[in-house]
Design a protein around this ligand. Structure first.
Ligand code: NAP
Length: 279
């Protein structure tokens, strides 16, 4: 697996999304994933599984410094003071003295961005977050966050899969030397996997449709994918995407599926920002 090198951070191109995994199931899956070669774990204070993720990391026996651990601060906690407290509580639950990446989970319409970014920088300066970034930031808001931050932001985690374009966010990330971390990279495992562009490539490469989608992600500059899977055999399948390459034509055919313009997460939520328009 390659690392995506961004603003001083080396982020493994494929990580394990842990949302909905809980307790022993979560710890065991995390430990199993690490035994298969995963080196990037994605959690959040709101997933209610940070303790289990930390436990899985310890169970695995993989040295802490070999694993890239991300957690996130829930949007109601991103005011100055709250954000620092949230980060400290996350570390306690994880049983770690540092996370590799701390993200603002969602923007908050009523909390000034400058305050949140200042607090995020304070956490980084205190040494308990190796790197900082954001999540669910449309391109213009991302530009503001970048300008407000003393330390470079290293990632924006957004929904991204072949049914949803993120052209503007991706371009903004690349221009700032940041990674775009794709959440729901499999389009939640639904109809996307039956699309001809994906199924045909799967036949040609003797891979599964899921592997084709994940390969499509990691073959793009600066893109990291964090699929979630509850079955052990799927964990193995999902990381086995680094021994083949999609052609330019195959990449383009999958990219064209974005005309579906399907967003699975928060279209009109009270905490959803104004998403980028699709060009
Ligand atoms: P996803 O990764 O696109 O899809 C997960 C679905 O695909 C699950 O139903 C899973 O089934 C299935 N799947 C996984 N591997 C498979 C395989 N090899 N073959 C067939 N099906 C497979 O969607 P997601 O879970 O919504 O997103 C992934 C991660 O992104 C989350 O866990 C979380 O860490 C992160 N996330 C972040 C945000 C944010 O606001 N920053 C929002 C949403 C998600 P099973 O459940 O049966 O394993």
């Amino acid at each position: 697996m390659h690392n995506v090198m961004v603003n001083g951070a080396a982020i493994p191109a494929l990580g394990l999304g842990t949302w909905t995994l809980k307790d022993e199931v979560c710890s065991e899956l995390v430990a199993h994933a690490l035994s298969l070669g995963y080196r990037h774990l994605d959690t959040a204070s709101t997933y209610d599984n940070e303790s289990a993720v930390g436990e899985g990391l310890r169970l695995s026996g993989v040295p802490r410094e070999d694993v890239f651990v991300t957690t996130k601060v829930w949007y109601t906690e991103i005011a100055s003071g709250d954000l620092e407290r949230s980060a400290e509580q996350s570390l306690k639950r994880l049983g770690l003295d540092k996370v590799d990446l701390l993200l603002i989970h969602w923007p908050h319409p009523e909390i000034p961005l400058a305050d949140s970014i200042k607090a995020l920088n304070a956490v980084r300066n205190s040494g308990i977050a190796g790197h900082i970034g954001v999540s669910n930031f449309p391109s213009e808001m991302l530009g503001k966050a970048i300008r407000l931050s003393d330390a470079p932001l290293v990632a924006n985690q957004v929904e991204y899969h072949p049914f949803l374009a993120q052209t503007k966010v991706h371009a903004a990330c690349r221009a700032a030397g940041m990674a775009m971390i794709a959440y729901a990279p499999l389009g939640r495992g639904g109809a996307l996997l039956d699309e001809a562009a994906i199924a045909d490539a799967a036949k040609r490469h003797s891979k599964s449709p899921v592997q084709i989608v994940l390969r499509w992600h990691v073959q793009q500059e600066g893109v990291v994918a964090i699929p979630r899977a509850e079955r052990k055999e799927w964990l193995a399948e999902n990381i086995d995407v680094f021994d083949f390459e999609l052609s330019g034509e195959e990449m383009a055919a999958i990219t064209r599926l974005r005309s579906h313009n399907l967003r699975f997460y928060v279209n009109e939520g009270y905490h959803a920002p104004q998403w980028d328009t699709i060009d």
